[in-house]
Design a protein around this ligand. Structure first.
Ligand code: SF4
Length: 277
């Protein structure tokens, strides 16, 4: 069986940086909290919990100690509340996400209506919204573009992990109405490369395996993208999810991982594939 992988696989630099900062903080043995998961991967969340990281819902659950800001960022409101309570803050926001927050704020100051292509329930989008005075229009797909809600001057940005194809389609829809559109491409370079690699591998392989958590937005998008080019695409969280039935008659397998999928999980999938012949 031929195993096809992209040159670079495993966690992106933003996720690696967030894990490193958190692990270093945990060494200090102070109570350490985080709002939600550091990154969207169950294995990473479990390992950090074992080392003492406490996942909480909000500031009311933080009892002194240290607050880690997750890779997707938080709103300035939440940050201010923590600072007022004299809670030590360790900022693990990915620098690319931080850039998206700054860009959104700047576009608003320039008088643009902010339109973000992304998932309104994603932590990153909620964080960006916290930086805006007038809010933003969030659209996940071209179908969600409502011309009545669009103003003349649109400042368009993207969730850093969104699908390039979807963003392009949303732009085409907005162009039917808006008079002036200023676009800042906030899609992360790592994600752009991952999406390109996924398409390339999906076209070549008999079976395409996307490794990553089922609640990881970028992993779900990789799966959808691969399915477009290879209907024999599956998403698994780890090697043990692979079944002999899925591998029956398969001569070549493409593997791609989400940005928060640790290298070790990919290696385990490769090992299982080699063992199965
Ligand atoms: S995918 Fe990109 S934006 Fe998201 S954490 Fe990784 S480097 Fe940062």
């Amino acid at each position: 069986m031929r195993i096809l992988t992209p040159g670079q696989i495993g966690c992106c630099f933003g996720v690696k940086r967030a894990i490193k900062l958190t692990e270093e903080t945990l060494l200090n043995k102070k109570p350490t909290y985080i709002f939600g998961e550091l990154v969207h991967n169950a294995t990473i969340t479990r390992e950090l919990s074992k080392k003492g990281l406490k996942v909480v819902k909000g500031i009311g659950d933080v009892k002194g100690g240290v607050l880690i800001i997750r890779a997707h960022g938080i709103s300035p409101d939440e940050r201010d509340k923590a600072a007022k309570l004299k809670i030590e803050i360790v900022d693990a926001t990915c620098p690319i996400v931080r850039q998206a927050q700054v860009v959104a704020q700047k576009l608003e100051e320039e008088g643009y209506q902010i339109v973000i292509v992304g998932d309104k329930n994603h932590a990153e989008i909620k964080g960006i919204l916290g930086y805006l005075k007038k809010g933003a229009l969030i659209v996940g797909s071209p179908k969600e573009v409502d011309p009545k809600k669009l103003e003349k001057k649109v400042g368009l940005i993207f969730q850093t992990t969104h699908s390039i194809e979807l963003c392009r389609d949303v732009l085409a829809e907005i162009m039917k109405t808006a008079h002036e559109i200023k676009i800042i491409n906030t899609i992360c370079a790592d994600i752009r490369k991952r999406q390109e690699d996924a398409v390339e591998l999906a076209k070549k392989a008999d079976l395409m395996i996307v490794v990553g958590s089922h609640h990881s937005s970028n992993t779900i998008k990789l799966k959808k993208l691969c399915l477009k080019y290879n209907t024999n695409t599956i998403q698994i969280e780890m090697a043990k999810d692979l079944t002999p039935r899925q591998l029956k008659g398969v001569k070549s397998v493409g593997i791609i991982g989400g940005a928060s999928t640790p290298d070790i999980l990919i290696e385990e999938v490769k090992r299982k594939l080699k063992e199965s012949g």
